[in-house]
Design a protein around this ligand. Structure first.
Ligand SMILES: Cc1ncc(COP(=O)(O)O)c(C=O)c1O
Length: 408
């Protein structure tokens, strides 16, 4: 039997890890088990490590260009994994996707224009809109039979003459939805009709569990009836190997823009911001990840899904106050903690102080995030087991709300 490499517990302390080395600053406590920010406690694919060793031995780390191999790696990956034929001329780049989204907001809207987001959603979207002096408009997700969906009626009502951009999170962080073709088509039609540009953040595109499959929004050229749907012309797609291969620290992403005019405007802004140059390890990491990382990913996905199933079974039997719907994708679980009877001001602290667990507070993801916590299951199963046992122990010393009242 092949030994499972994802079970290895690797200490990340002392590596300037945001997740581990900033625990004191973020949670006020060093001994929390951190299951927050979205990277994984696992080693990246071995071919990346080998390529880096060779590169380190070379010893010269000067300015680095993105050569044909970089673009070919992106083209090959999108075609093989997502069936999307990307032309080299469409590919631009940015360091992290957050910097790319900020750049696109600057390129494609003016101060005071409106930008729509779909909360609860990845919180740097808020900062990107507000920080650039644009107006934030919410098109909140709805929950139907326990499943999050888009509210298209609300979206149509929210768009007016000042609305220039919608930021789509696909797959969606934190609710874990992988949008269906029908949902993407409906969204595309509304935005095309109303002249709203879509920034499609597809950073989680590769962490998807069967039977779901990720559809790049811009790959939709016709609707289900065969009518033309030129959404690619009105979409800026952000992709990266960072979540997929656990190399977020390499900060290297792709921005796919089929429309020539939009491409040129984005390019101009990237240059103006001085963020177009490559990072020696980021460029190499992306190339090797997309060219040689597929087998590793095919083994990782069942491991992550088993972590999810393990957590859901544990919660159902040992912590039924906390509810969670299985995500279609991502390594993030969206925990509904309303059953704990705590308000948002103390929910995160309860996890820190009583359970010694460092999770993301749902409230930071905006409307709909209240009374939720986000749990990152991208870690060895034993780490997860330790976390869930800490949670169970903390719950066991909690008094049910009524009992607490009577013992006053
Ligand atoms: C939806 C989404 N977009 C972007 C990012 C971060 O991207 P980057 O580190 O490339 O800026 C994350 C990280 O969690 C994310 O979940």
């Amino acid at each position: 039997m092949i030994e499972e490499p994802f079970d290895a517990c690797i200490s990340r302390e002392g590596t300037s890890s945001v997740k581990w080395d900033l625990r004191q600053e973020v949670f006020g406590k060093r001994d929390v088990l951190p299951l927050w920010i979205a990277d994984m406690d696992i080693r990246c694919p071995q071919p990346i490590i080998e390529a880096f060793k060779k590169r380190v031995e070379h010893g010269v780390f000067g300015y680095t260009a993105k050569m044909d191999a970089f673009f070919d790696a992106i083209i090959g990956w999108e075609k093989r994994r997502h069936g999307w034929e990307v032309d080299k001329a469409w590919i631009n780049t940015c360091p992290g996707i957050v910097s790319g989204i900020n750049t696109a907001i600057q390129a494609f809207s003016q101060p005071g224009d409106k930008v729509i987001i779909q909360p609860p959603v990845y919180h740097p979207f808020y900062d990107a809109v507000v920080g650039n002096g644009r107006q934030l408009v919410f098109n909140p997700l709805k929950k139907e039979s326990g499943r999050f969906t888009m509210d298209f009626e609300d979206l149509e009502k929210k768009i007016d003459d000042r609305t220039k951009i919608l930021i789509l999170c696909s797959p969606h962080n934190p609710v874990g939805r992988v949008w269906t073709r029908d949902e993407l088509e409906r969204l595309a039609k509304i935005c095309l009709n109303k002249g709203v540009l879509i920034l499609s953040d597809e950073i989680h595109q590769d962490i998807v569990f069967s039977p779901h499959s990720h559809i790049p929004l811009a790959s939709l050229t016709a609707d289900a009836r065969g009518n033309p749907l030129p959404i690619g012309e009105r979409t800026i797609t952000f992709i990266a190997p960072s979540k997929t291969f656990n190399i977020a620290g390499l900060v290297t992403s792709g921005v796919i823009i089929p429309n020539r005019r939009l491409f040129a405007e984005f390019e101009y802004r990237i240059k103006a911001n001085g963020i177009g140059i490559g990072n020696a390890f980021g460029v190499l990491g992306l190339e090797v990840a997309y060219n040689e990382g597929e087998e590793w990913l095919n083994r990782l996905l069942p491991y992550l899904e088993a972590n999810i199933d393990y957590t859901l079974a544990f919660l159902e039997t040992q912590a039924p106050q906390i509810k969670c719907v299985k995500p279609d994708g991502t390594f993030l679980l969206w925990l509904d903690c309303a059953g704990l009877g705590k308000d948002d001001s103390c929910l995160r602290n309860w996890f820190v102080e009583k359970a010694s667990l460092g999770l993301d507070a749902g409230a930071v993801f905006g409307p709909g995030g209240e009374k939720h916590m986000r749990l990152n299951i991208g870690c060895p199963r034993s780490t997860l087991a330790e976390a869930l046992n800490r949670l169970k122990t903390a719950l066991s010393v909690e008094k049910p709300a009524r009992e607490a009242y009577f013992t006053y």
